[in-house]
Each structure stands twice: as C-alpha cells, then as structure tokens.
Design a protein around this ligand. Structure first.
Ligand code: 5GP
Length: 196
C-alpha cells in the first residue's frame, strides 16, 4: 500500500470516524499494547467521568482556561463536539513527539480532522468505519436510553459522518478490536520508517 506524504511527516496519524464506531476503545487498545506510540492527550471542558484521570485521558480544563488556550494559539485544532463541550489538541506536545521521532496518534472528531488536514496535510488520515450500517445503528441506539427524537438525531449525524469517509487516506473497518488495532499500528509503522 502506498502512503501519501513524506515518510517523516506521515508519523502523525489522525484517527476519526462516526460516533459510537469505537475510536476510544481502539485508542485505549493501542495505549495498552503499543507504548512506543505517543497518543495525544486532548484538553476538554467536559466533566471528568468516573475512572478518568486528569492528564492521562484528558486535560480537564475550565472554560476560561480553554479560552486562553485558543487565544494564545496553543491548540492545533479544536471543536465543540457534543453537549456544548469543547475539545482540542495541544500543539506543543505533538510537535515534540514528532521531533523526537515517535509515531504520534490523534483521536479526534471529524471537524478536528478537517482542521488538521488544513494545517498538516502531510499527516496520515485514517477513517474508522463500522462493519455495516446496521451494526453502527445497533451500537448507537443499543443502550436504549434516548428518546425517539434523540435517536433520530444521532442516526442523522451518523449518516453524514459516514459520508466523510472519502476525505480520508485509509479506512479501517472495526470488526475485532485486536485486528483493527494491529492494522492501525502497521499503517503507522510503515508510514514512519523512512526508506523502508
Ligand atoms: P468523549 O467525551 O466521549 O471522550 O469524546 C467525545 C468525542 O470527542 C469523540 O468523538 C472524540 O473523538 C472527540 N475528541 C476527543 N478529543 C478531541 C480533540 O482534541 N479534538 C476534537 N476535535 N475532538 C476530540
């Protein structure tokens, strides 16, 4: 498979995909099994969930602190993702990881991926897709906690999110977490080895 961009620059990999496709689970798998890969820790204004650690899963910041980060241009990208919370990628750690020669991974939403594409078009853009539309619907509405109207809204956004696949360099289908994870790491490795 040929990869776009120069080998060195393609060390940065951006992983995005529709809600509920399993991006977070896949990233957690990479964190556990491939410590050689550097994973960006985003800043967010959303509340910390039980089990999440500040500085590990996210940097949990106030609205004022997020405003400051935006004003001082500290974020490579940022977006309002859902329920009004803002999420962004601190730029400096990404630059340092790449300068240190480590393969770097960003797990962000589609709006963020588009911003990174503008600023770092040489990165590798990976779309995580569900095995089928039916499976995505099952994962989206599976919990059964939403109202009919909320469910319809989620399905509508899932449809438009899936349509973004063509904007990406590569698609990984998330059938089995282990297989999807190995595929991602392999892509990152081949893109990160100059002259190989
Ligand atoms: P959660 O709140 O469930 O951890 O994440 C919600 C969504 O925010 C996910 O779709 C995730 O990809 C996205 N997200 C996490 N960090 C960032 C970030 O730094 N930038 C952007 N644009 N999206 C992010």
């Amino acid at each position: 498979m040929s990869l776009p961009g120069s080998p060195t620059a393609s060390r940065l990999t951006v992983l995005a995909g529709p809600t509920a496709v399993g991006k977070g689970t896949l990233t957690a798998w990479v964190r556990e099994h491939h410590p050689e890969i550097w994973i960006s820790v985003s800043a967010t204004t959303r509340r910390r969930r039980p089990g999440e650690q500040d500085g590990v899963h996210y940097h949990f910041v106030s609205e004022t602190e997020f405003d400051r980060m935006v004003a001082e241009d500290e974020l490579l990208e940022w977006a309002v993702v859902h329920r009004g919370a803002r999420y962004g990628t601190p730029r400096q750690p990404v630059v340092e990881a790449l300068a240190g020669g480590r393969p770097a991974l960003l797990e962000i939403d589609l709006q963020g991926a588009r911003q990174v594409r503008e600023r770092m078009p040489e990165a590798l853009f990976v779309f995580l897709a569900p095995p089928s539309w039916e499976e995505l619907v099952r994962r989206l509405v599976g919990r059964g906690t939403e109202t009919e109207a909320e469910r319809e809204l989620r399905l509508q956004s899932a449809r438009s999110e899936l349509a973004a696949e063509s904007e990406f360099d590569v698609t990984i289908v998330n059938r089995q977490i282990h297989d999807a994870g190995e595929e991602l790491v392999e892509l990152m490795r081949s893109g990160a080895s100059p002259g190989q």
